[in-house]
Design a protein around this ligand. Sequence first.
Ligand SMILES: C[S@@+](CC[C@H](N)C(=O)[O-])C[C@H]1O[C@@H](n2cnc3c(N)ncnc32)[C@H](O)[C@@H]1O
Length: 226
Amino acid sequence: MTLKYLIKGGYPVQQATQKYYKRDFWIKENLNYAQPHFRLEKSARIVNKIARGRELDLLDVGCGPATLMHLLPKNVHYYGIDLAIHNPAPNLVQMDFLETPIKFGDKQFDIVLAQGVFEYIGSHQSKKFSEIRRLLKSDGKFILSYVNFGHRKRDIYKVYNNVQSLGDFRRSLERTFHIDKIFPTSHHWRHEEPRRGFMKTIHMHMNMNVPFLSPLFAIEYFFICS
Ligand SMILES: C[S@@+](CC[C@H](N)C(=O)[O-])C[C@H]1O[C@@H](n2cnc3c(N)ncnc32)[C@H](O)[C@@H]1O
């Protein structure tokens, strides 16, 4: 089944049909995330900044092959959930979070992170925000990424079933969380993250919106919420 999009006000707006890909698809697909990639490295930096050496518990929602675990320091205790876990371990739980609530036993977390995930959540978005809210400790942070579908050369992966403008996504998030900060993962003329050298270093350290340019050139956005 192919998803169709209408372009309204410069943004693609998803039409009614939604397809949800399941474990048989993701068990192969998420191997593409087995090596650290730019967004993952940048999120590890953000987590480190928030942790400031403190011991804390982090839940990675849609953790894939748990690649992030290897980028975090020992003081950050890593837990992950995903539909397709490759190497079972006590800190990794396999679950379809569209069928069951997002949780990890009765644990509460200092940080919940969901990157590269909400594009695949279909019509379950606000319910999943509420579930994540319940998992956070009172001073906890929710960090998530979301693709910039307003990019001038937007690339809409056929598997995405939740395509929204930044404004719509942000308003939906604000119904459940306070957004402390929003900034692009990186900027590029093409809709792809920097892969090497100088460009990677610059964008790794740049956590700011550039008026007029970010809406057109931001690849994805990070949201830090409390
Ligand atoms: C694009 S990958 C991102 C992986 C990792 N977070 C990263 O950024 O490298 C999306 C992940 O979401 C997981 N996923 C998709 N639908 C899911 C569902 N319904 N329940 C649990 N995990 C799901 C997939 O298995 C996959 O590992």
